[in-house]
Design a binder for this molecule. Structure first.
Ligand code: BGC
Length: 383
């Protein structure tokens, strides 16, 4: 699954163009230009967790912590330049250490579901930790989202590395995964993933941020206007495992080829909508495999805030937070109700290890996996 050679992952001269973020509080350490670091807290095992802030000179600011390589905040301008935090999360590490549905984290080793937590590779059957009914979801009981990643400042970028041991959660091979976060002067959050393994394995890394472009906690996302560059999606069974079919979106509630409000058909009387309790489906992106390509565009009509998602991945899970239920209290005391966020999880298709006809999520021993996703927030329409 190596995309190397196809990608232009260079940081486009960012070092020169990223401005110095002001050092607001004296307890904050000044790091590389645009990077700030502070202690966020400690895990139950006593490991320290740092919170980094990446910023540009337009006021865009992204918080990333070393626990779960998690995006904790994403402050971006709207059409008039007003800044809001557009991702759900918690004010403290304790919030993230408690049970929550993967807010802002990097999921791995295999994001999304693997049927019955089983797959075969090279003639060997592997059994994974099962944590979602009969299936494995987002890497198992203690996935990459619940690990403390090692941080390295690389110019204006933050590099986070986690070494997952052979057999962890049932996966073969010791895998070294690195996620690099960069905030550019073009109001982009670039996320670059790279990994190597010492034994053939499977891999699906993505970021699980819940967005609300009207501001986190400020109501549901039903009025957001979405375009997805996909003619097909992967329908699922009652356990949200793909049936194997690549179904046309034509004439269904899944057709987002033209800008459409999320709420327009989210409760349509269609079997797939009922199974997902809304949108919780993988889209087959058009023209994947040729490098970074625009996958999703989202506009929030009230603020005018826009997000463009480009990726090298072949799929995107469009999830409308159907399982949020008002029991989580997030940043600023905001209560997260059903459909208060949406996720665009760029990815290989769910259950790919059991679907030889899907793009392969296998990573060979000694090969390097590379992928990238860019979230862009144009300051003004068209910029
Ligand atoms: C899955 C949902 C799940 C959510 C939180 C999404 O990626 O597709 O089914 O509820 O993550 O775990």
């Amino acid at each position: 699954m190596s995309w190397s050679g196809k990608l232009v992952l260079a940081a486009c001269g960012l070092a020169a163009s990223i401005a110095c973020a002001p050092n607001h509080a004296s307890r904050n350490e000044v790091s590389a230009p645009g990077l700030k670091k502070q202690l966020f807290g400690r895990t139950a095992a006593g490991e320290s967790v740092d919170l980094y802030t990446l910023a540009n000179s337009h006021g865009m600011e992204v918080g990333v912590m070393t626990y779960g390589a998690t995006v904790t905040s994403l402050k971006v301008p709207d059409a008039k330049g007003n800044i809001a935090d557009v991702v759900l999360g918690f004010d403290t590490l304790e919030g993230y250490l408690g049970a929550h549905p993967y807010l802002g984290v990097v999921v791995g080793r295999y994001g999304n579901r693997i049927a019955k937590g089983r797959f075969s590779l090279g003639g060997v059957e592997y059994r994974l930790a099962v944590n979602n009914g009969a299936n494995a979801l987002h890497g198992g009981l203690k996935g990459f989202d619940k690990q403390v990643w090692r941080a390295k400042e690389a110019g204006p970028s933050l590099e986070l590395t986690y070494v997952s041991k052979d057999g962890e959660e049932g996966y073969p091979g010791t895998l070294t995964a690195t996620v690099t976060y960069t905030v550019t002067e073009r109001n982009e959050l670039r996320i670059e993933y790279s990994a190597v393994t010492d034994k053939d394995t499977v891999l699906n890394l993505t970021n699980h941020s819940y967005f609300n472009l009207g501001g986190q906690g400020e109501g549901d996302i039903l009025s957001h206007i979405v375009t997805i560059n996909a003619d097909r999606f992967t329908p699922v069974d009652s356990g949200l495992i793909p049936t194997g079919e690549l179904r046309s979106v034509q004439g269904t509630a899944f057709d987002f080829r033209k800008p459409t409000a999320i709420g327009e058909r989210i409760d349509a009387a269609e079997e797939q909508i009922k199974l997902g309790r809304g949108y919780d489906h993988n889209y087959v992106l058009n023209g994947a495999g040729g490098g970074l390509a625009l996958a999703v565009t989202v506009t929030e009509p009230k603020s005018g805030r826009v997000m463009l998602v480009s990726t090298t991945e072949p799929g995107v899970q469009f999830y409308t937070a159907n399982f949020l239920d008002g029991t989580l209290k997030g940043k600023g005391g905001k209560v997260y109700q059903r459909r208060y966020g949406f996720c665009t999880e760029t990815q290989h298709f769910p259950d790919s290890p059991n679907r030889p006809d899907f793009p392969s999520a296998a990573l060979k021993a000694g090969a390097r996996h590379q992928s990238a996703t860019v979230f862009k927030f144009p300051a003004a329409p068209g910029s």
